[in-house]
Design a protein around this ligand. Structure first.
Ligand code: PRP
Ligand code: URA
Length: 209
């Protein structure tokens, strides 16, 4: 079974408080989501493999290390996942980027896929699917299925706020997937919103409400 990692670094938790605050406006919300995403990426990449190398410093030859292994590929789920992308790329500028387009039907709450474009040879890449909200879990499960259908092996899922229901759905449909979140909230309300959550992530990022 994939593991659930709650990234409780003090800076992440501090910034998440401002993200949750309904008084936080679009500009600040967007900046904070980027900052938290960068910090989360820092935590998630802790276990990347390193390979020995050598470099000539101005003083001497040094034995040192460089990141080795698979290339990272970040896959934001459109549209709200895009709000996390630049923060991650600040830290990992050479990462490839794929996109999965999904929206949640407001009546049925079921995800509807409308777009998927991934880098080539995705089977050889370390894929991280990013979406700020893991609510019913339908969107995350569909996004993970979309990347796996195109070859991704054991993708990981990064979100800002999750609820137990959504985590259960992802763990049942994708038992191989590790989930990284900044918080696990209490429950989903009748409209499928995370409580207390942060509201509609896409609308708050793009000022569409
Ligand atoms: C939000 C969010 C997730 C989804 C989570 O997207 O970004 O993709 O809801 O809900 P779920 O776990 O119940 O599927 P939304 O469908 O509102 O689309 P948007 O990103 O275009 O705003
Ligand atoms: N999508 C959001 O943007 N927010 C929620 O609380 C649930 C799904």
């Amino acid at each position: 079974m994939g593991q659930v990692h709650v990234l409780d670094h003090p800076l992440i938790q501090h910034k998440l408080t401002y993200i949750r605050n309904k008084e936080t406006g679009t500009k600040e919300f967007r900046a904070l989501v980027q900052e938290v995403s960068m910090l989360m990426a820092y935590e998630i990449t802790r276990d990347l493999p390193l390979a020995e190398t050598e470099v000539e410093t101005p003083v001497a030859r040094a034995k040192t290390r460089l990141i080795a292994g698979k290339t990272l590929t970040i896959v934001p789920v459109l549209r709200a996942g895009l709000g996390m992308l630049d923060g991650i790329l600040n830290l990992i500028p050479a990462a490839k980027v794929g996109h999965v387009g999904l929206y949640r039907d407001p009546e049925t709450l079921q995800p509807v896929e409308y777009y998927c474009k991934l880098p080539p040879n995705v089977e050889d890449r370390d894929v991280i699917v990013v979406d700020p909200m893991l609510a019913t879990g339908g969107s995350a499960a569909a996004a993970l299925s979309a990347v796996k259908a195109r070859g991704a092996v054991r993708p990981r899922l990064m979100c800002l706020v999750a609820v137990p229901e959504g985590i259960d759905v992802v763990q049942k449909t994708h038992p191989d997937v590790d989930i990284y979140t900044a918080a696990i909230d209490e429950y989903l309300n009748d409209h499928g919103y995370i409580v207390p959550g942060l509201g509609d992530a896409g609308d708050r990022l793009y000022g569409t409400k």
